[in-house]
Design a protein around this ligand. Structure first.
Ligand SMILES: Cc1cc2nc3c(=O)[nH]c(=O)nc-3n(C[C@H](O)[C@H](O)[C@H](O)COP(=O)(O)OP(=O)(O)OC[C@H]3O[C@@H](n4cnc5c(N)ncnc54)[C@H](O)[C@@H]3O)c2cc1C
Length: 745
């Protein structure tokens, strides 16, 4: 019996999803602390933040007193301290990736500049948090906590300075112009360093009193690059620089600072050692930024998801009221539905909503994954440190765990009665094995959600804006959708633009540990497809298989000139394949979340009435999204597989790849799957010899039979996807709406 059989099939969405539904989807229904944090962040977002936007605070790129009033609001609501551990003045025990993701989501629901203003402080502290010495962590984290009543001290507000004026650091983080030199080094004393750093586009720079700066050595007695902590008040120049004339995120401060200060060597993030008279930082610039960005990029991805989901309510309200008044009377379709009488407006909004759900699903899954990974990473660091393994040696030690990790994954996929339980338990208890498995996922999910949520999300925000007509591009647009569209482009750019994420994915998505899990996910989607066909899991499983086939093929295939296809310099191959994967990952996670909602929601009697409606509606959205993802992945894979072969027919009499209906009939039996014939594609050549145009074979299918078969199957799997979209569109015409948006208030 399908798991959804007892979900009343006629039930549909009654209201927009509230916190009870979101908590189940994003797996924090058992975290009271996070539920409270969401409420606090929402109060700030829909109160002071929304009022600033509504009163035009975004119209200036200066950091005004009105904008600065957000900082105490963040402090008082707990947003600032959420980043900190309890011993440093925070209130959340353990990893905080999900907590920070939820804050970003809530703030960006109204304005992502406000979210950035809060998160950039965390980003500034993150090098110290991730790689600082215990002393550095204790000092700076404690001072970053808002002072308690009666406590008289200056609070630290941090900024992160990596990007430099052109032509230096941007996407290429290694080309550093910022320099560190030894200014004084008296015998037996701590060295004093001179640090020169010019920044470009540095967030929080109007008020930051601590900057973590990326610099390179300009001194033979200092080895390599590092990050270093600079404080306002250090001897030298602390010029905050000119404000950036941003078109986006105007509720955050961005400037091009000029910093030239003298600091003691103990400010090097992570500390240093002295070898043969040379200062050797424990961590290079790149080691630190890698540790930092892999976490913070997830929250950025979620900002764009929040925008998409925040668009649903204002768009429906606009559509319903569009033709109210005039000759329409209550009760008539024109009065009640307005623009919602037009199918296209509904279908486009379904696309926006489905994208928002899938991207939020992916982003929150990545945030939860980092919460799981954090303690394992600390364990791994401690273990490697105890064995004095660093750099290449540490890398080799971790790589050696891959065999065990693959064995564990194999055992985990079997039922307990069919596996060696002793070995399974042993591998499960091995922190390093578990670390390398989760790490391989994190290395894919983080860039995937930064890339897809923000890049594709920005495209879909344009769709949302278009649904508001002319209003969409005015400051008065309900939900501030026009500003959110533009803001999404910044989210796709800062903390590494799309190219950086694609670059990373092109490497991490070929990791055998990731691929072993990916294969299991295909089987998982097949299983789900038989239990819940309405989710579109079958389509997705077919697309996932097609992607895997394409990856394997491209890794050994060459183009028509014999040049390798899967190569780091061939971004036109690796980047689109990375994009295709992101579509699949987001759709998969959305399906998993909806199953979670169904299963856990049934245990909550308070949801009994509404749950079937939500599950049915979200199941339809999953189907819509899976079909779209499969279509995108299929298109990309087909272009890559066929697109690098030369077209034999062109030289002679034009293209003959397109056959008439009659010709197609004559080819029946050749294309696998059309009539179930097992004849191979090599036969196309034969068929073309008798082709009326006698142009010779123009389609090169040899060796690609499996691909073509998979692609055909994929198309067939789209069955029902548009019916699901029709149902979801219908639900949008019936869902109950509040009288007014709950912001600005
Ligand atoms: C409002 C705002 C706030 C910011 N806040 C901060 C901050 O707080 N701290 C900080 O350090 N930085 C900050 N930044 C900087 C931001 O992170 C960079 O702008 C971003 O990383 C891109 O660098 P770039 O602008 O120099 O682009 P470039 O490096 O010039 O790249 C431009 C484009 O070229 C292409 N490209 C470049 N290199 C490659 C490649 N290897 N392969 C393929 N394509 C490539 C890509 O399409 C890329 O988008 C901020 C930026 C803005 C706009």
């Amino acid at each position: 019996m399908p798991a959804t059989a007892d979900v009343k099939t006629h039930s549909t969405l009654q209201t927009l999803p509230g916190d009870d539904i979101r908590q189940l989807l994003w797996r924090f229904s058992d975290r009271y602390d996070l539920a409270m944090l969401v409420q606090s962040a929402r109060t700030v977002a829909r109160g002071p933040v929304a009022r600033l936007v509504a009163t035009g605070a975004r119209n200036s790129h200066e950091w005004t007193p009105a904008k600065a009033s957000l900082l105490p609001a963040f402090d008082e609501s707990g947003i600032t301290a959420a980043f900190l551990d309890p011993q440093h003045g925070g209130f959340i025990e353990g990893p905080k990736n999900l907590a920070l993701a939820l804050i970003a989501f809530e703030l960006a629901w109204v304005d992502a500049g406000a979210a950035t203003c809060s998160l950039a402080g965390n980003l500034g502290l993150a090098p110290i948090h991730e790689r600082g010495t215990p002393l550095q962590r204790d000092l700076y984290m404690t001072l970053a906590a808002p002072p308690k009543p009666g406590e008289n001290r200056k609070q630290i507000r941090a900024a992160f300075a990596l990007t430099e004026p052109i032509p230096f650091v941007g996407v290429e983080t290694g080309i550093l112009a910022g320099k560190v030199r030894i200014a004084e080094w008296e015998e037996g004393k701590e060295p004093l360093l001179n640090v020169e750093k010019r920044g470009r586009f540095i967030t929080n720079m109007s008020f930051a009193n601590v900057v973590t700066a990326a610099v390179d050595s300009d001194d033979s007695r200092f080895k390599g690059s590092c990050m270093i902590i600079l404080e306002e008040g250090d001897p030298g120049t602390w010029d905050r620089g000119t404000p950036t004339k941003k078109l986006v995120h105007q509720l955050s401060s961005t400037r091009d600072p000029v910093l030239n200060v003298r600091v003691p060597a103990h400010r090097i993030v992570g500390g240093y050692s002295v070898k043969d008279g040379v200062i050797v930082p424990r961590y290079s610039n790149s080691e630190i930024i890698e540790a930092v960005f892999r976490r913070t990029r997830v929250t950025v991805g979620l900002m764009t998801s929040a925008k998409l989901l925040s668009a649903v309510e204002p768009v429906i309200m606009y559509q319903r009221r569009r033709f109210r008044g005039g000759e329409g009377a209550p009760g008539t379709p024109r009065y009640e539905l307005g623009l919602q009488q037009k199918e296209d407006t509904l279908h486009r909004l379904v696309d926006v909503w489905a994208t928002g759900e899938a991207s939020a699903a992916l982003g929150f899954a990545a945030a939860r994954l980092f919460d799981e990974l954090d303690p394992l990473e600390r364990q791994k660091d401690a273990l490697l440190a105890s064995k004095q393994l660093t750099g290449r040696a540490a890398f080799k030690a971790l790589a050696a765990m891959n065999t065990d990790a693959l064995e564990y994954l194999g055992l985990a996929a079997k039922s307990p009665d069919r596996r060696d339980e002793t070995r399974f338990s042993e591998l499960k208890a091995n922190g390093l094995v578990q670390f390398v498995i989760l790490d391989s996922l994190a290395n894919v999910l983080c860039p995937a959600c930064k890339l897809w949520n923000t890049g594709h999300g920005a495209n879909m925000m344009r769709e949302a804006v278009s649904l508001m007509g002319g209003y969409g591009v005015t400051e008065d647009c309900p939900g501030f959708l026009g500003q959110k569209w533009m803001d999404a482009q910044l989210e796709a750019t800062y903390e590494g633009p799309e190219a950086v994420q694609r670059l990373q994915l092109s490497i991490t998505m070929t990791n055998e540990l990731f691929l072993a899990q990916y294969r299991q996910w295909i089987a998982e989607m097949n299983r789900i497809a038989s239990e819940r066909p309405g989710t579109g899991a079958c389509t997705l499983a077919s697309a996932m298989r097609l992607w895997l086939w394409t990856l394997n093929h491209l890794q050994t295939a060459t183009d028509a000139d014999g040049a390798r296809l899967y190569h780091k310099s061939r971004q036109s191959v690796t980047f689109p394949l990375a994009d295709a994967l992101c579509w699949l990952l987001a759709a998969r996670q959305f399906i998993l979340d909806v199953i979670e909602l169904d299963e856990k929601g049934r245990t909550n009697p308070a949801l009994a009435e509404v749950l079937p409606g939500f599950v049915n509606f979200f199941t339809d959205l999953c189907h819509v999204q899976s079909a779209r993802a499969a279509g995108e992945a299929g298109r990309i894979c087909a272009e890559l597989v066929h697109g690098y072969n030369r077209h034999a027919g062109w030289d002679e009499a034009g293209c003959h790849a397109c056959y008439s209906a009659e010709e197609l009939t004559s080819l029946e039996g050749i294309i696998p799957g059309i009539d179930g014939s097992a004849r191979a594609y090599g036969d196309v050549a034969e068929a073309n010899e008798t082709h009326p145009l006698k142009a010779g074979p123009c389609v090169h299918f040899e060796g690609l039979e499996d691909f073509v078969r998979l692609r055909l199957k994929l198309d067939g799997c789209l069955t029902g996807a548009r019916l699901a979209k029709d149902r979801a569109a219908g639900a949008l015409t019936k869902v109950m709406m509040p009288e007014a948006l709950d912001y600005p208030v």
